[in-house]
Design a protein around this ligand. Structure first.
Ligand code: GLA
Length: 384
């Protein structure tokens, strides 16, 4: 249905049929936060919310971009003029992907693109990765580049790091490109090895809710970069390539070596314990003990709040209220400083928990949150 609408929108704009229509999802991260740029573990799954793009090739070095969601005309760019960090609008994401493909030596000669997305932006649910990946996949197919999902994710990350200028890790793009329906993706961000872990909560009488606090995180890039730099400093102080190289069993010794460098202690402790939590969640899911992941999620939230210091009052209120109202587990998800939290709950408790969170937000004078159920959905794919 949406594919047909996007196709029709393309025809209206550009006067011809698109060569195809593609889709790429946003994600929630179950566990493994701020570990991806430390070469560690993450475990996202794809949302049913997607970016959809109708795309055709061009051979004249021109890129035309249009979004059905933004009141703006068609942006027309010349491929030879694409320069990193020159664009502050949404067009930087698709243009960045084209730039990254060409930089990597792929002969992309132009495109007409019309997109629309249901991934909420600024909600910590990877709306930008969905946009990048849908464009990368479309061009990969149309130009017959033959790149696998993990490699498209790398190119999209490069678009975001260099062209857009945001120092993010590899999780979101890999999730959008590689997730599978009914599964969470256990990803080792050092070598990008992947394992699809069955994650069918409905079959076990549970649900996973996403609570979008409506606190936009888009002005937080400075803080994200500071955490990243702090982690790199911690790794350097400990003489390792990345914090991933500190085994959990050696954590106390590592912290002792950092002495009274309080900031390094906090950041290192979060990353090393978070990697351990990912491995614990994988082990629990693989042995069928899904309910037991709840406390691990809560411990992850405490670590992000107290050690990594990237939570906010709204996110903490979701977690505290949901847990008091009978949730099995809850934590903030994504980059932090706003955005969304997840809540794991028995089906029977979902309404009570949702109501409790809504009431707590009203009582605190916060903007009403948006609550929806997240079902592990397919990764990026061609629709038409
Ligand atoms: C953002 C980044 C990811 C990752 C998360 C935190 O979503 O894009 O690379 O670092 O924050 O886990």
């Amino acid at each position: 249905m949406r594919a047909q609408q996007v196709r029709a929108g393309f025809v209206e704009l550009y006067g011809t049929e698109p060569e195809g229509v593609w889709s790429a999802p946003g994600r929630v991260n179950l566990i493994g936060e701020h570990t991806d740029y430390n070469d560690g573990f993450v475990m996202p799954f794809a949302l049913p919310h997607t970016a959809i793009a109708a795309v055709s090739r061009r051979d004249d070095g021109v890129l035309r971009l249009h979004s059905a969601d933004i009141e703006d005309g068609v942006a027309e760019l010349r491929l030879d003029d694409l320069v990193p960090e020159s664009d502050r609008a949404w067009t930087a994401y698709p243009a960045g992907v084209v730039w990254a493909l060409r930089e990597a030596g792929h002969a992309v000669t132009g495109a007409d693109i019309h997109v629309t997305s249901t991934v909420p932006s600024g909600a910590g649910l990877s709306s930008s990765a969905a946009l990048e990946v849908v464009v990368a996949l479309a061009l990969n197919d149309l130009y017959e580049l033959g790149l696998p999902g993990w490699q498209l994710a790398r190119l999209c990350q490069r678009a975001e790091n260099v062209y857009v200028g945001a120092p993010t890790g590899i999780m979101d793009q890999t999730a959008s490109a590689c997730c599978e329906e009914g599964h969470a993706l256990f990803l080792d961000t050092r070598d990008l090895s992947q394992k699809q872990i069955p994650f069918d909560l409905a079959a076990e009488g549970m649900r996973l809710l996403v609570v979008d606090t409506q606190v936009k995180h888009s002005h937080s890039e400075g803080e994200y970069g500071k955490r990243r730099a702090g982690c790199e400093r911690g790794a350097a102080l400990l003489g390792v390539d990345a914090l991933r190289d500190i085994p959990y069993a050696d954590l106390d010794a590592a912290l002792a070596r950092l002495g009274d460098d309080e900031e390094a202690v906090r950041l290192v402790r979060h990353v090393v314990t978070e990697d351990e939590r990912v491995e614990k969640v994988v082990a629990l899911l693989e042995s069928g003990e899904t309910r037991a992941i709840g406390p691990v999620l809560v411990a992850g939230h405490a670590s992000l709040r107290d050690d990594f210091r990237i939570s906010c009052p709204e996110l903490d209120l979701v977690v505290d209220t949901a847990m008091s109202a009978g949730a099995l587990g809850s934590r903030m998800t994504g980059g932090g400083f706003g955005g969304s939290a997840i809540v794991l709950a028995d089906v029977a408790d979902v309404d009570t928990i949702t109501k409790a969170v809504e009431e707590a937000f009203a009582a605190a004078g916060f903007t009403a949150p948006r609550v929806f159920e997240a079902v592990p959905s397919p990764g990026a794919r061609r629709l038409v």
